[in-house]
Design a protein around this ligand. Structure first.
Ligand code: CO8
Length: 373
């Protein structure tokens, strides 16, 4: 079996920035508007009044301070509350492909590779902007890579599941060099009128180059020692968006087509699954948590991550052991742990171990054990 390495990573940060305060101000303006318009029904007890959001709550409950978005127009307008993204013609490059390409170019540069040396692209993210043709194939054409490409969706675990798929493809010889790209346009899926979730997500794109170690042209890489994937069905994080929506016009535009979740339940149910998954993955590889220099964890909630690292390492955990990027980027679905890897992996010395892990809707959990070469 071929040894597989990660030899490059890339990060594309969208141009627009939204602080918690700006988001809360627009949400609260929407609340005033809604409560004003429904004052009579609220007074009669037929409609429940909406409550204000607050930056203090958001930061305390999630650790999020800020997010980036591809298009800001509309999001903060209480009459609109969604990004207004004009549709592009079929011959123009898609928005999501454009984001992915930016990250991919950076990852290729780091790996010292040209696009034509790649023979598989996997676009892995929570949502693709169309069903077909695959975003990966559009990116393949735009970059000039060889071979084939496909899209896959496993919500927040898309990146780790794609790393597992790419590792298997290289190990078995189906491909020699793979680009895994995670272009996340979360802002299109957010219900900015929902107090429980209006603050959670941001947009971003990340990319990784994986290749057969014997072919690697950069000596700065991480060997993939092992990957592990787990799923267990749950409705607690869900979006019902899809082609079937138009087949029932009476419900086609209801809020369930956007992201919604039972955040508390997710927290309680997912944490034990994450502990068990990571325990088993480490045990299978005869490793203890203490053997790891760093945990590049999924970036959904800072409190959740602290539970995970404390369970693994005890109370004495330094920020460098589990870096946080969600304060700036918010939850970026599959890309969060890859952003953390991209920003916090330069200080590794030969032989040091790191663990990249994601968890979220499905439920799904993925983990990848990496060793610096
Ligand atoms: N402002 C002020 N107060 C608020 C707000 C707000 N915005 N929202 C809720 N509150 C209030 C509630 O009303 C409640 O009040 P009370 O106690 O009086 O009832 C109180 O604050 C506490 O509410 P919660 O119990 O809901 O608050 P939590 O402490 O649980 O925090 C979180 C909420 C942050 C959502 C938290 O539960 C969480 O992060 N859970 C983990 C969820 C998670 O990790 N989900 C993964 C989602 S991502 C994923 O899987 C990818 C999906 C695909 C990508 C989609 C892209 C868009």
């Amino acid at each position: 079996m071929r040894q597989v390495v990660i030899s490059g990573s890339g990060l594309f940060t969208p141009p627009h920035s939204i602080t918690n305060d700006a988001l809360v101000e627009s949400f609260n303006a929407y609340v005033d508007m809604f409560n004003g318009e429904h004052a009579g029904l609220i007074e009669q007890g037929h409609v429940a009044p909406l409550a204000y959001s607050s930056s203090e709550f958001i930061e305390k409950a999630s650790g999020i301070k800020h997010r980036y978005v591809m298009v800001k127009e509309g999001i903060l307008d209480p009459e609109v509350m969604m990004p207004l993204i004009p549709e592009r013609g079929s011959d123009a490059i898609s928005l999501q492909a454009e984001m992915g390409i930016e990250a991919a170019i950076m990852a290729l540069e780091q790996a010292k590779l040209k696009a034509e040396q790649i023979d598989l692209i996997i676009v892995a993210c929570a949502y693709t902007q169309r069903a077909y043709p695959a975003m990966a194939i559009e990116i393949q054409r735009a970059l000039g890579t060889r071979g084939y490409g496909y899209d896959m969706q496993v919500a927040c675990s898309s990146a780790t599941f794609a790393i597992a798929a790419a590792t298997n493809a290289i190990a078995t010889g189906a491909a020699l060099r793979v680009l895994v790209i995670n272009p996340e346009i979360c802002s299109a899926q957010v219900n900015y009128r929902d107090r429980d979730s209006h603050f959670i997500f941001g947009d971003v794109a990340t990319a990784l180059v994986l290749e057969d170690q014997s072919l690697a042209q950069s000596d700065n890489h991480f060997t993939i020692l092992s990957t592990r994937c787990f799923t267990d069905y749950s409705n607690n994080i869900r979006s019902n968006f899809g082609f079937l929506n138009r087949c029932d016009p009476s419900t086609a535009h209801q809020a369930d087509k956007l992201f919604h979740q039972q955040g508390r339940k997710v927290f309680k149910e997912l944490l034990p699954m994450i502990y068990q998954h990571l325990d088993e993955h480490l045990a299978e590889n005869s490793l203890t948590p203490q053997a790891f220099k760093r945990f590049w964890l999924h970036q959904a909630n800072i409190n959740m991550n602290q539970f995970v690292v404390k369970k693994l390492l005890g109370d004495e955990v330094t920020p460098a052991q589990a870096p946080v990027v969600l304060d700036q980027y918010a939850n970026t679905a599959s890309a969060g742990s890859v952003i953390a890897f991209h920003q916090f992996s330069d200080d590794f010395k030969t032989g040091e171990l790191g663990l990249l892990s994601s968890f979220g809707a499905g439920y799904s959990i993925g983990s990848v054990i990496l060793q610096k070469q």
